[in-house]
Design a protein around this ligand. Sequence first.
Ligand code: ZN
Ligand code: ZN
Length: 288
Amino acid sequence: MYPLRPITNIPRSYGPSSVRITCSVTTTNPHPNHEKALVLEQRLVNHPLSKDNDPTLQSTWTHRLWVAAGSTTVFASFAKSFIGGFGSHLWLEPALASYAGYVLADLGSGVYHWAIDNYGDKSTPLVGAQLEASQGHHKWPWTITKRQFANNSHTIARAITFTVLPLNLVINNPLFHSFVSIFAFCILLSQQFHAWAHGTTSKLPPLVVALQDMGLLVSRKHHLGHHQAPYNSNYCVVSGAWNKVLDESKFFEALEMALYFQFGVRPRSWNEPNSDWAEETEISNNQA
Ligand SMILES: [Zn+2]
Ligand SMILES: [Zn+2]
């Protein structure tokens, strides 16, 4: 007689093992006939935050191997930079190149984040799984804090491996590797920086909080803006330094317009802030 609407859009791993159904009778009309309404409320008992052991958030050995491979290529690039700088007694240029790598990694993280948030889906070749994870992150932002490190970073580590390994093999310029090693290092850790931006101060390492407060790592406050309407700002997740510039200049909006007029593709951020973007905290259903 009072059917419950089905619960939808819950990832399989967070599917409720049990649903508590609370039924209560309330009076909605103060007039004498006292019409009664039945209010049915569904709440998930098993909130995703309680899923510490969810296998989809755990690292596998494949994840760890890709992180190891990516880290090795970054370390090899850094070694070429360091050894070359030591041999030539040049320090200022490698330092500046490294700084440029750090600064541009923030920009790179923003462009990449914008692209995977707005275009493609899980059927997209090569990056479909990451697109699904990134887009799902908007519904369940807190789960990133529950992901283990390699689980969170292995896709980027794999891309780093395939990019930096050939550079290590064919280029020996130490200045070039000063830039590449720091750029790739920051990109490799960008998902961890992103996870820390979702952390609470009391649970984060004090050094991380200090770096966030100094603006050297993306701050919790700034990244919060990414998860609030209109859901099209603060894409950068290394230092976050580029966010102000990109958002105020409407850089991504201009890029979205250019892509739309060129290819007819609409970015996801143009949709109403609906279930694709809005954070899903609970599902309730009131029927009178
Ligand atoms: Zn996002
Ligand atoms: Zn986030």
